[in-house]
Design a protein. Structure first.
Length: 64
């Protein structure tokens, strides 16, 4: 999969964010819907990190 050691952390900029999104996409391809897959918990952690970055740096769409 090409994940480097130490590569999974809270993104500090858009490049790190994009890299985590790429990793998550690869994990989704590998894990799919299998909640018992050994990488499923890693997928959840990365999703949480991505969500935290988005909450702090991506403006919400105004749905009015």
């Amino acid at each position: 999969m090409g994940v480097q050691r130490g590569a999974i952390n809270l993104p500090r900029n858009s490049a790190e964010y994009e890299r985590l999104v790429e990793i998550l996409d690869q994990l989704i391809d590998e894990v799919g819907e299998d909640e018992n897959h050994p990488l499923a918990s890693l997928m959840e952690v990365i999703g949480t990190l991505i969500g935290k970055y988005e909450d702090e740096h991506v403006p919400e769409l105004d749905e009015s």
